[in-house]
Design a protein around this ligand. Structure first.
Ligand code: NAD
Ligand code: TYD
Length: 349
């Protein structure tokens, strides 16, 4: 079994690569990543020497390169995670999201189709997507696999579009695809532009915590390791042509989450209770900010027996501990161009 994982040097991708190398030593795992600001080979330093692991530096927006790669290697499966993934960046530069998330996915579909079309037997194209394609919920209800798509940000619109193309390649060309739509992930190796690692880093450096709007938006948080386990199950047992929602029934308003994070940081840094929370600063809301995401993952639980392994309180504590004991990783990724990003996004250094 030879699986091509795209975006394997990113946050979730690195956990998926590690999971497959640890659980399936007989598989060959090729990790294709162009190493954007979000891709970092240090995320895989513990597994990079494995005999059955290969890194390929390459860009999914280069269709000819993908055709050659699929000619050189007989991949049995693709797990596609490579993407531009941050909503705020999609507001600043939407086109990059269309190019990578839509065109990149179509290039990959074309390459898989060209390589497999004589025989789809035993092949699988697994597209990793997000719950953000479903839009925004009010105070009640959950996203199911039947919820109509209603994306609002350029990021979620690009992911929704890529999901439609994946389904079209299944319905039109018979490509054996499967899609999953997951809620917000957290855990080790997440780039500190997303809420949790950004705020851990800011608390560490006594910098303001920029809370958008009133902090009332709700997200459904899942430990990245549990996402990787769900991806394993869906890759091996998911039904071709189907979609699976992944989420841990774990809704938190941003401000409640931030208060919990501040309490954990105070304890871990031996600061007085309430010290970190003083850094909370309410700032202008994100444009088009979705109010609430919440996932109904009962299909995945019922059909494939998946259950999240850890409570949010425990997972968040483990995550904080990881960032505190990996200061070198954090310093490396927040030096250089990160400073320019931060200044542009938040108006301060
Ligand atoms: P990330 O930004 O941490 O990693 C993305 C990776 O893709 C990076 O390694 C980057 O170098 C690579 N990449 C970007 N453009 C590329 C290109 N043109 N060619 C090759 N590689 C390229 O993202 P993440 O948070 O790990 O998300 C991974 C996937 O999971 C994405 O498809 C995202 O939409 C989806 N997802 C993320 C979340 C979340 O909470 N982070 C939730 C649900 C779904
Ligand atoms: P984020 O981690 O960017 O994930 P997403 O937008 O994909 O859900 O943001 C999570 C929530 O935190 C979202 O409601 C926006 C909010 N947020 C802030 O309040 N301040 C910030 O600096 C960031 C990055 C996010």
């Amino acid at each position: 079994m030879h699986i091509l994982i795209t975006g394997g040097a990113g946050f979730i991708g690195s956990h998926v690569v590690r999971h497959f190398l640890n659980h399936y030593p007989s598989y060959t795992i090729s990790n294709l990543d162009s190493l954007t600001y979000a891709g970092n080979l240090a995320n895989l330093s513990d597994v990079e020497e494995r005999q059955n692991y290969r890194f390929v530096k390459g860009d999914i927006t280069d269709g000819d390169f993908l055709m050659r790669l699929f000619e050189e290697h007989q991949f049995d499966g693709v797990i596609h995670l490579a993407a531009e993934s941050h909503v705020d960046r999609s507001i600043v530069n939407p086109t990059a999201f269309v190019v990578t998330n839509v065109m990149g996915t179509v290039n990959l579909l074309n390459a898989a189709k060209a390589s497999w079309q004589s025989d789809y037997e035993g092949k699988k194209f697994y597209h990793i997507s997000t719950d953000e394609v479903y839009g925004s919920l009010g105070s009640g209800g959950l996203f199911t696999e039947e919820t109509p798509y209603d994306p609002h940000s350029p990021y979620s619109a690009s992911k929704a579009s890529s999901d439609h193309f994946v389904r079209a390649w299944h319905d039109t060309f018979g490509l054996p695809v499967v899609i999953s739509n997951c809620s917000n992930n957290y855990g080790s190796f997440q780039f500190p532009e997303k809420l949790i690692p950004l705020f851990i880093n800011n608390i560490l450096h006594n910098k303001p915590l920029p809370v958008y709007g009133k902090g009332e938006n709700i997200r459904d948080w899942l430990w990245v390791v549990d996402h990787a386990q769900a991806i394993d199950l869906i890759y091996h047992q998911g039904k071709t042509g189907e979609t699976y929602n992944i989420g841990g029934h774990n809704e938190w308003s941003n401000i409640d989450l931030i208060r919990l994070l501040c309490r954990i940081m105070d304890t871990k840094l031996s600061r007085a209770a309430g010290e970190s929370e003083k850094l909370v600063t309410y700032v202008t809301d994100r444009a088009g900010h979705d109010l609430r995401y919440a996932i109904d993952s009962s299909k995945l639980q019922r059909e494939l027996g998946w259950v999240p392994s850890i409570t949010f309180e425990k997972g968040l504590e483990l995550t904080v501990e990881w960032y505190l004991s990996n200061g070198e990783w954090l310093n490396n990724v927040t030096s250089g161009s990160y400073q320019h990003y931060y200044e542009k996004m938040y108006g301060v250094r």
